[in-house]
Write a protein that binds this ligand. Structure first.
Ligand SMILES: Nc1ncnc2c1ncn2[C@@H]1O[C@H](COP(=O)(O)OP(=O)(O)OP(=O)(O)O)[C@@H](O)[C@H]1O
Length: 277
């Protein structure tokens, strides 16, 4: 559904994208992760047709983004709502821009309002919504026309658990119905909840692609033992052996034991080291 090959983009002395290649199949959720400034938003804007690459190609369902607008839904990183318009008016506006009319539009608004827990706020102006309600409205505007390609750029930034769960549930359902999803986030747990595959961006390109299990496999976790007021810890790929080692040498009494599995931070760190960041 999405084929992006060797994209480059330069802003004066900053190489924002530097050979960025990423394909996403129909029904697949790709979690696009990476440090601040890695090029994620630049990529998302390019796929949505807001930004032209210096070189490289983007095809959405075989067409350039400018010819595929009707099948793309985008929820930008920064909230972009019209303060005087109500939630309903936003959903109707984006739905009608995408060609939905009368009964189909009404049904789509009602269905999304329920899914995104917005029913009680449908007639409230965007300027009077809380941050989480604004996030859900913005996601609703991206989803209203059932796009085949969903671009969600940090859709849960600053969102409470209820907003997060509602959004994740809708995204999962849409992918189940065949939508290709690019989901940018700094929260690995959301991507695990979504069953997403990961694409790790650094310095304007994708440097690793796979399931979180594949990418985290072999990375060291951490074992921590607190004993007689002292803290001992070891970085390890074999937590059981390291724990036994620490317990053998630890003073008594042992007060607590903690095992930490490798996280997205460890992954960033290992990839950054490999990549020379
Ligand atoms: N309009 C612009 N003018 C100049 N530089 C820009 C512009 N937009 C982005 N950049 C630069 O391009 C690089 C990539 O930025 P981008 O916003 O794509 O990163 P990101 O991975 O989305 O980061 P974050 O996680 O912080 O959202 C950064 O160094 C950024 O400063």
């Amino acid at each position: 559904m999405l084929e992006a090959v060797a994209l480059t983009k330069r802003y004066d002395d900053i190489q924002a994208l530097d050979g960025f290649t990423l394909n996403v199949a129909a029904g697949e959720i790709v979690g696009l992760v990476g440090h601040n400034g890695a090029g994620k938003t630049t990529f998302v804007e390019m796929v949505s047709g807001l930004l032209k690459p210096d070189s490289g190609t983007v095809l959405v369902d075989g067409r350039p983004p400018s010819e595929a607008r009707g099948i793309i839904g985008i929820s930008p990183q920064h909230i972009a709502l019209y303060r005087p318009l109500t939630v309903r008016e936003h959903l109707e506006l984006y739905g009608s821009l995408a060609g939905l009319r009368r009964a189909a539009l009404r049904e789509a608004v009602e269905e999304l309002a329920v899914a995104l827990h917005l029913t009680a706020f449908l007639d409230r102006r965007a300027g009077f919504l809380s941050g989480g309600q604004q996030r859900r409205t913005q996601a609703g505007a991206a989803l209203i026309h059932r796009p085949s390609l969903l671009l969600l750029d940090e859709p849960t930034a600053g969102a409470d658990p209820e907003t997060r769960q509602a959004l994740l549930e809708v995204v999962r359902r849409r992918a189940g119905e065949g939508a290709a999803v690019v989901y940018t986030t700094h929260y690995l747990t959301e991507l695990m909840d979504l069953g997403a595959t990961l694409a790790v961006a650094a310095k304007g390109r994708i440097i690793a692609r796979g399931t979180s299990a594949e990418l985290l496999e072999g990375l060291p976790g951490e074992v921590r033992v607190t004993a007689a007021g002292q803290e001992l810890h070891a970085s390890t790929t074999d937590p059981t052996a390291s724990l036994l080692d620490l317990l053998r040498t630890a003073p008594r009494p042992v007060e607590s034991v903690e095992l930490r599995k490798p996280t997205l931070d460890d992954l960033y760190h290992s990839l950054a080291v490999t990549d020379g960041v």
